[in-house]
Design a protein around this ligand. Structure first.
Ligand SMILES: [Ca+2]
Length: 509
């Protein structure tokens, strides 16, 4: 009898708080074009594809401001960058704004964040936090916690998942549902593959994008004056992993950074690294490439390293899904995989992000929620990282502040198609600095995209149906006069709706 009572009491406690657990697996710069479930031509992601086959894939998921720190602030606050304090990577989160982790914690969730945080102040709203300082390192990264900074041997993507699983096993208070934000540094620049994937893609040729040799003609100066081309703006050592010829010469700038980064490795890690890159670099030197051949070689080196980083992310997604299965938690846990924004994988000849063009605007966004989301489903509504905060609050049954600017995705997750769902999204980019991308803002509908560059007083308009690669700016063309006029009005409407200041002040960054 006593035993039975205990069992019943345990069940009762479980039932008293059976709100879903929330696991957000976040990555940094993961392009949807490098996810199998999004039709990747360049890699395979079996574990992300498993998540997709058991959940819902959002085919039109976008960021609001395509750069690391601002995207994170948007996710936390459900507010556009012009309201949350983080307009560029130099911005500071406005602590007077509410965040969904704080609200979930106050509502009884056990909250944790592990991995890349990338906001200036320490995390607030978390029972547990263990984050990388700034951009963090791939090998032997430092983690900061309330107790201080610790350097961990190992590879960052594996460590971020190790620590996430450790928290679940050892610290999670099982009387409460959890919010766990497992935030990868990968595949951010540096693109340093982990020990398990150093030689992946050796001997294979990754397909090139249609626009690798784009000359940016017909577009505004912004497209031609950026500094993010694979051909001209990558550092040979830091980005492409080819060390300077003279091993004894005094190293400066990015060469010195790379020396310091490699110096973090253990002797075993360094040996594996040299075994992978040494012979490749030797072959590269002997080939004496130039012109288009060199451009192509750089693309291959870059994209393979990027995809090797993704392979570790995918492995670790698999580990987390397995852990949920083994602990009988899969059914009551909503799992979301997304990235802060997309990335250029050679499209337009570029790496990096920032621009409102599709490869960086679009993020992978996959949600598994057993019992609510139909396995293997896809959704085409226009959604944004702006919606994450209200979605999680809705999942937890916690009212969202009126001031939040997104929409809960829960109706879409249930397979509904709300009649009043947004028909356009607003985008804004402020940072003037590295990569020389002009500030801009714009609107995207299901078919068209209008962008405005205030300092150039110049517009770009794309018909995504006829021109998915965005190489024909049709602004001013008579066929598109009505479309352009309608989109300009829509852009103004969005700016009023989202409380954008009349004159968008230049960012400090
Ligand atoms: Ca990023």
């Amino acid at each position: 009898m006593f035993l039975l009572t205990t069992v019943l009491m345990t069940l009762a406690v479980g039932q008293a708080d059976n709100r879903p657990n929330i696991l957000l697996i976040y990555s940094d710069d993961h392009s949807a074009a490098a996810v199998g479930a999004y039709g990747s031509r360049i890699n395979e992601t079996p574990h992300l594809d498993r998540l997709a086959s058991e959940g819902m894939v959002f085919d039109n998921a976008f960021c609001t401001n395509g750069i690391c720190a601002p995207a994170r602030a948007v996710v936390l606050t459900g507010l556009h960058s012009h309201l949350n304090g983080v307009r560029d990577n130099g911005g500071r989160l406005d602590q007077s704004k509410e965040t969904f982790p704080r609200l979930l914690k106050a509502a009884g969730y056990n909250t944790a964040i592990i991995g890349k945080w990338h906001l200036k102040d320490n995390p607030v709203g978390f029972d547990h936090w263990e984050v990388l300082p700034g951009q963090g390192h791939y090998y032997a990264p430092d983690f900061i916690t309330p107790e201080g900074k610790v350097r961990e041997p190992g590879y960052v993507t594996d460590l971020t998942t190790d620590k996430s699983i450790d928290w679940l096993e050892e610290d999670w208070d099982r009387d409460r549902p959890f919010l766990l934000m497992c935030q990868n540094k990968a595949p951010h620049r540096g693109w340093m593959p982990g020990p398990d994937h150093l030689t992946r893609y050796d001997g294979t040729v990754i397909p090139e994008p249609n626009t690798l040799f784009d000359d940016w003609s017909g577009r505004t100066r912004a497209a031609s004056e950026q500094e993010m081309t694979i051909d001209r703006h990558m550092y040979e050592y830091y980005d492409l992993k080819v060390p300077p010829l003279d091993p004894d010469a005094e190293r400066q700038g990015p060469d010195r950074w790379m020396d310091n980064i490699l110096a973090r490795m253990s002797p075993e890690q360094r040996e594996a690294w040299e075994a992978a890159y040494g012979p490749r670099n030797q072959a590269y030197r002997e080939a004496g490439l130039s012109g288009d051949d060199l451009h192509r070689w750089k693309y291959q080196r870059y994209v393979k390293d990027y995809l090797r980083c993704i392979a570790s992310v995918d492995d670790n997604v698999g580990r987390l899904l397995d852990w949920l299965d083994e602990n009988d938690l899969a059914d009551n846990t909503i799992v979301i995989y997304t990235s802060d924004q997309g990335f250029f994988l050679g499209e337009h000849g570029w790496y990096d992000k920032r621009f409102m063009y599709e490869p960086s605007l679009r993020s992978p966004f996959i949600v598994r929620w057993p019992g609510t989301v139909k396995p293997g489903s896809r959704d085409a509504h226009l959604v944004q990282n702006l919606d994450v905060a209200q979605t999680f609050l809705d999942v937890a049954g916690v009212p969202a502040p009126e001031s939040m600017q997104g929409s809960s995705l829960v109706p879409l997750l249930k397979g509904e198609s709300p009649g009043d769902w947004r028909e356009s999204i607003y985008y804004e980019y402020f940072e003037k600095g590295i990569h020389a991308v002009q500030p801009h803002y714009g609107v995207r509908t299901d078919r068209y995209k209008l962008m405005y560059f205030p300092e150039l007083e110049a517009w770009e308009l794309y018909d995504l149906q006829n021109d998915p690669d965005e190489i024909n700016n049709v602004t001013g063309q008579s066929d598109y006069q009505q479309v352009e006029s309608r989109l300009r009005s829509e852009l103004e409407r969005l700016r009023v709706h989202y409380l954008v200041p009349e004159a968008m002040p230049a960012a400090e960054g």
